[in-house]
Design a protein around this ligand. Structure first.
Ligand SMILES: [Zn+2]
Length: 106
């Protein structure tokens, strides 16, 4: 007679599925504009980076992000801004990438 799956095994299975889903959402987030230095979000000035970064919800739990750090980085000779974020709800960390697209003469 086959053993019935124990509740604990079932719970583990659900947890694993949840982890998989989170990983998939995270990957998707990284593929979107702003999710990687190769595909930065274009913004008019550095001043909007922080507000924009905080307005993007966590891809795992839709929680609000907290801006941990805002740094200027150069990737392949392109000057970028990296907003390092941490989810206030689930604590996961990720970065959003921006490219300052100056409008008009500097
Ligand atoms: Zn989260």
């Amino acid at each position: 007679m086959p053993k019935k799956p124990r509740p604990r095994a079932k719970r583990r299975e659900a947890e694993r599925a949840g982890e998989k889903l989170k990983a998939a959402r995270e990957r998707l987030f990284q593929l979107e504009i702003g999710g990687s230095p190769e595909r930065p979000l274009s913004v008019a000035s550095a001043a909007v980076v922080e507000a924009h970064a905080e307005s993007v919800p966590c891809p795992c739990c839709q929680g609000k992000h907290e801006l941990v750090e805002h740094v200027a980085v150069t990737v392949s000779r392109v000057r970028l801004r990296e907003a390092r974020l941490r989810c206030r709800q689930c604590g996961t960390r990720r970065s959003l990438w921006f490219r300052i697209h100056a409008v008009g003469p500097n």
